[in-house]
Design a protein around this ligand. Structure first.
Ligand SMILES: C[S@@+](CC[C@H](N)C(=O)[O-])C[C@H]1O[C@@H](n2cnc3c(N)ncnc32)[C@H](O)[C@@H]1O
Length: 310
């Protein structure tokens, strides 16, 4: 069943779906929840309150899919309380029940609907269309007909939404735009009974604990109690140092100012730092071949920028 798509996003999302459909000729199905290799269990948060998390019911190999699920709704990213409630009213009974069954830790002034959207929504980057419809969207200057092209949309996946965040996550997610299915897969080998965690926002590997806490509080309204944020003393200082250094390397490489050997050294050092940190959210860094490919890509970007400047 297709998710409920807010009217303002409907044309764009359906167009993306159609333009990606030929990439995948398999029948789009969700995985059978009874066969998913995890179960939901209560877990106690640092603050002492009880919350739900997802726990492996068997050993899971690195790279193995854990759950594949279609969203119940796709809403614009920024919504006022009344707008969210109006969209909620248009959803099916099944989708409304699924949304209301989820946790709500948002301030009470957001209400039952927007509060759940804020607690559980995935803000997914919306791909550009291969062929933009002439005149349908405004250009960057805001000129032209219609809406400004949406850059992000808020998806709610009721089962995936039960997975907690960790700054040393052991699973990651990817969306297939040809069928609007999100798959969570293991990025490390998981043992039976282990909690499955994902990363709610990207680039936290470049942030110290204080910075991560501020980002997660600001965007997701919780104080992170993951194993990395629970470190103390020298272990915490070492983790912060590693993440600061990763950030310096990323910023340096992105600035395009490094020579080829420095870029290579930077990637090698980053691979070492993320391994020491125990971070597995960048699997490409465990394969030297891909590290080499990254290097080539950086060089290509540099060359293109240089030729554009000429
Ligand atoms: C998408 S829900 C995850 C499932 C949720 N625990 C539940 O009971 O349904 C997000 C909420 O879970 C809690 N949470 C997730 N990861 C956490 C973490 N690392 N530390 C503390 N709380 C976390 C926060 O309350 C957050 O707002």
């Amino acid at each position: 069943m297709l998710p409920y798509i807010a009217p303002s996003l409907r044309a764009h999302i359906l167009n993306i779906l159609l333009s990606h459909a030929s990439d995948n000729d398999s029948i789009p199905v969700e995985s059978d929840s009874e066969e998913d290799p995890y179960t939901l269990r209560s877990t106690v948060t640092k603050g002492g309150s009880t919350a739900v998390g997802a726990f492996a019911t068997c050993d899971i190999e690195r790279g193995e899919p854990i759950v594949t699920e279609r969203a119940i709704c796709i809403w614009p990213q920024e919504l006022k309380r009344e707008e969210a409630e109006a969209l909620f009213e248009q959803m099916s009974d099944h989708a409304r029940d699924a949304l209301l069954a989820l946790a709500n830790v948002a301030p009470s002034d957001l209400g039952e609907v927007l509060g759940r959207r804020a607690t559980n929504g995935f803000n997914v980057e919306v791909p550009e269309l291969e062929m933009e419809w002439a005149g349908v969207y405004k250009d960057e200057k805001g000129e032209g007909k219609g809406e400004i092209r949406p850059s992000h949309a808020g998806f709610i996946f009721p089962r995936i939404a039960r997975m907690n965040h960790s700054c040393l996550n052991n699973a990651d997610h990817a969306i297939d735009w040809s069928n609007l299915l999100m798959t969570v897969y293991a990025t490390t080998p998981l043992a039976e009974g282990q909690e499955i965690t994902i990363e709610y926002t990207s680039a936290l590997i470049q942030r110290t604990r204080a910075e991560r806490q501020a980002i997660l509080q600001d965007s997701f309204m919780f104080s992170c109690a993951c194993e990395c944020c629970s470190l103390t003393g020298e272990a915490l200082a070492a983790s912060d140092r590693r993440r600061k250094e990763v950030n310096e390397i990323v910023v340096g490489i992105a600035s395009g100012g490094f020579e080829r050997p420095t870029v290579l050294k930077g990637f090698a050092r980053m691979a070492q730092l993320i391994e020491e940190e125990g971070y597995m959210g960048m699997p490409e860094f465990s394969d030297p071949g891909v590290t080499g490919a990254y290097h080539m890509w950086v060089q290509m970007v540099k060359r293109r920028m240089a030729s554009e400047e000429d």
